[in-house]
Ligand binder design. Structure first.
Ligand code: AMP
Length: 432
C-alpha cells in the first residue's frame, strides 16, 4: 500500500489542536450570542458564478472550481459573504432590519501554502445587514476587539482605512469602476508604484496621481492627526472627503465608548475583495505578518445579487490563524480543569459493572471512560495518567459485595472506598 499523506495545503488536526480550534470557535460563537447574531449554515459548494460575481481577481483565480456530475459549474466557497448575500436576497428579503448573521466553517483557496496561509482554513464570520450608520461599523470593530480581548490577546492592533477615499478620487477623475478595481488589486498587493502608473494610464490627471501618492504616505497611529492630514490631502474630492469624515465618526464612536485598541490608520489601504465600499480593516499581532481578521462595509453587494439596495458590512476572523497567534504569543486558553474518570474493572467478570457505572456517571454529566484494553490495574492506572484522567474508579469484587468501589484521585494519589450510590457526588465534590 502507498503511504497516504494529506493533500498539499490541507491539514489534520489532532485532538489537542482540534480542541484549540473549537475553543476559538466557541469564543466567537459566544460573541455572536452576546451581540445578537443568529447563526446560519450555508453550503460549502456554491455556483461558480455566485462566488466570482464580486470577489476580486485574487480570489477568483485561486478557487477550487469544477464541474459536478450534473455538469454544473461549481466551486468550494473561498469566503462566506457571497453565500450570505445570496441567502439574504433569496430567502430573507422580508426580515426586519438590521439582520445580524453569524456563520463559522471551512473555506478553500488555492493559495501558496506558507506560515498562516493554507488551502483549507476556518473563519468565524459576522454580517450586519441593513444599516448604513457609523454605529454599525463601530459594532463590527467592537466585536472583533471583544474577541481578541476574550481570547486573552493584549498586544494587537487594527489597521483601518476607507475604500471610499480612493474610490472617491478615482470616480471624480472618471476612472470606471472596473478599472478602479485593477488599481485596488495592485494596492492590496502593495504594488504602490504600479498602482500609480496604472492610475495615470487610465486617464487620471497628473495632480490626481500626486494626490494618490501623498495618500499612500498618509498613515500612522495618531488617529486624529492622520485623519486631519488625509482630509487635507484629498481636498476638492468630495467623495473622498466624505469618506474621511465617515471614518472619523466611526472611530470616535468606537474609541469614545470606553474601549481601547491600538489603531493604525492607512488612508491608502485597500483590500482584495472588490465588493467593499466603505470602512475596511484588518487585525494584526506582532511577529505574524498575515492578518488575523479582516472586514469592511459592502453597501452594493446585496443589490448586485438581485436584492433591494441594502447597506451592509461584516468581518471574518481566521480561526486557525487565531490559534496560531495564541501559540506564538503564549496566550493560553482559559479552560477550567476538566473532570475525567476512568473506570477499571479488576477482572473480566466485572466488565459489565464497569460499563454500568460509566453510564451512570455520564448521566450525572461526568465524562467517564471504561478501560477497554483488558489491562491490569497498575498498567491501567499509568495509562490513565497519560490520558490526563483526574479520577480512577477501581471495581473490585470485595468492595462490590458491599456496594462500594475504590475512588482514586490521580493528582494527589489518595484513594478511598466509596458507596456506589454516592460515587458521582463524591467525584463532583472533589472537583468543585
Ligand atoms: P479575507 O477573506 O481574505 O479578508 O480573510 C479574512 C480572514 O481569513 C483573514 O484575516 C485570515 O484570518 C483568514 N484567512 C484568509 N485566507 C487564509 C488562508 N489562506 N489561510 C488561513 N487563514 C486565512
Amino acid at each position: 500500500m502507498p503511504k497516504f499523506k494529506t493533500v498539499r495545503g490541507m491539514r489534520d488536526f489532532l485532538p489537542k489542536d482540534a480542541e484549540k480550534m473549537r475553543y476559538v470557535e466557541v469564543a466567537a460563537r459566544n460573541i455572536a450570542r452576546l451581540y445578537g447574531y443568529g447563526e446560519v449554515i450555508t453550503p460549502i459548494v456554491e455556483h461558480y458564478n455566485l462566488l466570482t460575481a464580486k470577489s476580486g481577481e485574487e480570489i477568483r483565480k485561486r478557487m477550487y472550481a469544477f464541474r459536478d456530475m450534473g455538469d454544473r459549474r461549481v466551486a468550494l466557497r473561498p469566503e462566506f459573504t457571497a453565500s450570505i448575500a445570496r441567502l439574504v436576497t433569496a430567502k430573507m428579503r422580508q426580515e426586519p432590519k438590521p439582520m445580524k448573521l453569524f456563520c463559522a466553517g471551512s473555506l478553500y483557496r488555492y493559495d501558496e501554502p506558507q506560515y498562516g496561509r493554507f488551502r483549507e482554513f476556518w473563519q468565524a464570520n459576522y454580517e450586519l445587514i441593513g444599516s448604513s450608520k457609523p454605529e454599525a461599523d463601530a459594532e463590527i470593530l467592537t466585536l472583533t476587539y471583544d474577541l481578541m480581548e476574550r481570547l486573552g490577546f493584549r498586544n494587537y492592533w487594527f489597521k483601518i482605512g476607507h475604500v471610499g477615499i480612493l474610490r472617491g478620487i478615482l470616480t471624480q477623475e472618471t476612472v470606471a469602476e472596473e478599472q478602479q478595481n485593477t488599481i485596488v488589486q495592485l494596492l492590496d498587493k502593495k504594488k504602490w508604484n504600479e498602482a500609480l502608473t496604472a492610475t495615470h494610464k487610465l486617464g487620471a490627471s497628473q495632480s490626481c496621481v500626486a494626490v494618490l501618492k501623498k495618500l499612500l504616505e498618509t498613515r500612522g497611529k495618531d488617529v486624529s492627526k492622520v485623519l486631519k492630514e488625509a482630509k487635507h490631502v484629498v481636498e476638492g474630492y468630495e467623495g473622498a472627503v466624505a469618506a474621511v469624515e465617515n471614518l472619523q465618526e466611526i472611530l470616535e464612536l468606537t474609541r469614545n465608548s470606553g474601549i481601547k485598541f491600538e489603531t493604525l490608520i492607512e488612508a491608502g489601504f485597500a483590500r482584495g475583495l472588490e465588493y467593499y465600499t466603505g470602512m475596511i480593516f484588518e487585525c494584526y499581532v506582532p511577529n505574524i505578518e498575515v492578518a488575523l481578521a479582516g472586514g469592511g462595509r459592502y453597501d452594493k453587494l446585496i443589490e448586485l445579487f438581485g436584492g433591494e439596495p441594502t447597506p451592509a458590512l461584516g468581518v471574518a476572523q481566521g480561526i486557525d490563524r487565531l490559534v496560531l497567534a495564541m501559540k506564538k504569543h503564549g496566550v493560553t486558553p482559559k479552560v477550567p480543569e476538566k473532570t475525567k474518570v476512568m473506570i477499571i474493572p479488576v477482572d473480566e467478570e466485572l466488565r459489565t459493572k464497569a460499563i454500568e457505572l460509566s453510564i451512570n456517571l455520564r448521566k450525572a454529566k461526568i465524562p467517564a471512560e471504561v478501560e477497554v484494553m483488558g489491562r491490569a490495574v497498575s498498567k491501567a492506572l499509568s495509562n490513565a495518567d497519560r490520558r490526563e484522567v483526574t479520577h480512577a474508579v477501581i471495581v473490585g469484587p470485595e468492595e462490590l459485595r458491599e456496594g462500594k468501589v475504590v475512588l482514586k484521585d490521580m493528582k494527589n494519589r489518595e484513594q478511598r472506598t466509596v458507596e456506589i450510590a454516592n460515587l458521582s457526588k463524591e467525584i463532583l465534590e472533589d472537583t468543585s
